[in-house]
Design a protein around this ligand. Structure first.
Ligand SMILES: [Zn+2]
Length: 336
């Protein structure tokens, strides 16, 4: 098993001349297969025709990219699949969004864990990712700086519920900005459970909800926005729809004052309207995870990869590298 990095990581078997890219997001001229970790669009654009992933991710991708021509090979969660005679892969829950997978690769003498986007804390809907010991770890470093330590989720839920209850008492229309895949479903469940109110959602959120529901993730009640805004107390929309002119129009249409919130791990320390619910591991979660995987080498990818590599070297004394240190077509030191 070789580990390579060009524009994404790939695992290859030189004896069989097979290469498996992971979350390929740039066009690649060579004939390769791709392993897909989850259905967020920044991980699936330019997926070539042959891709391996689990059934839930396929269902989500068919909604998010309805015209995709991907030839899916379905692999089961927690079941080991032979990629070649020497390389096996096991798809494990990544705790990020429904269907999200980490990939655990094994060759006769080496192991490699690729987290993809991951979260280790349980949410209202998903269990957190569990670490597995591996020789090499490729870790998502979105929140790879020390200032990204989020409050406990229960605390955030309680605080958010109190704010929303106040807004409802003042007869405000509440608009919550949340990504269509992952956050929106958590917020729908949260609003049902904590406030007993039925939120209204955009059609693209409702489309994803159906995948959650038929995979036995019960979200509670919701209605689809369709000219019925006057009936709504709380609406959930993708964050890019939260704009001044949209809010003004909604206020005008409904004759209500508007309260807006964005559910995000970013900049939570700056704004009062940001709700620090994230579907990514925070800095402390990342450190705990690395300790438990106990790798000989860590590669940091996405977000603050340079900072995280530096901090892992400093705090945990592990051999950590950032993707920015690799030159193109570099073959990494992971050869069996
Ligand atoms: Zn993601």
């Amino acid at each position: 098993m070789n580990l390579n990095y060009t524009h994404c990581f790939s695992v290859s078997d030189k004896y069989e001349n097979k290469i498996f890219n992971i979350d390929q997001t740039k066009l690649d001229s060579l004939e390769k297969q791709v392993l897909i970790t989850h259905g967020h669009t920044d991980h699936i654009t330019n997926t070539p025709q042959q891709a391996l992933t689990n059934k839930i991710n396929k269902e989500i991708i068919d909604i998010v990219l309805p015209k995709n021509k991907i030839d899916f090979k379905i692999i089961k969660q927690n079941k080991t699949t032979d990629l070649t005679d020497r390389i096996k892969v096991t798809s494990k829950n990544a705790g990020h969004v429904l269907g999200s997978s980490m990939y655990y690769f094994e060759s006769p003498s080496k192991s490699l864990l690729y987290t993809g986007d991951f979260a280790t804390k349980d949410s209202l809907l998903l269990d957190g990712a569990q670490p597995l010991e591996a020789d090499t770890l490729i870790i998502e470093s979105t929140f790879g700086r020390e200032n990204f330590v989020f409050p406990e989720r229960k605390e955030v839920y309680d605080d958010f519920a109190e704010k929303l209850a106040n807004d409802l008492q003042q007869n405000k229309l509440i608009i919550v900005g949340a990504y269509a895949l992952g956050k929106s479903q958590e917020i729908i469940k949260f609003i049902n459970k904590y406030l007993g109110v039925t939120p209204f959602v955009t059609q693209n959120i409702a489309d994803i909800n159906r995948v959650y529901e038929h995979n036995e993730q019960h979200l509670g009640q919701y209605d689809i926005l369709n000219g019925n805004i006057k009936e709504a107390n709380i609406i959930i929309v993708p964050p890019n729809l939260i704009k001044k002119d949209v809010i003004k129009t909604l206020s005008h249409q409904t004759h209500k004052r508007i309260a807006t919130y964005i559910v995000t791990g970013w900049d939570f320390y700056k704004g009062t309207s940001c709700v620090p619910i994230s579907d990514h591991a925070d800095f402390n979660d990342i450190l705990d995870f690395v300790k438990k995987v106990n790798p000989k080498v860590v590669y940091c990818d996405h977000g603050f990869h340079k900072d995280l590599a530096y901090l892992l070297r400093k705090k945990l004394k592990v051999n950590a590298k950032s993707v920015s240190e690799f030159s193109k077509k570099n073959i990494l030191d992971f050869i069996e």
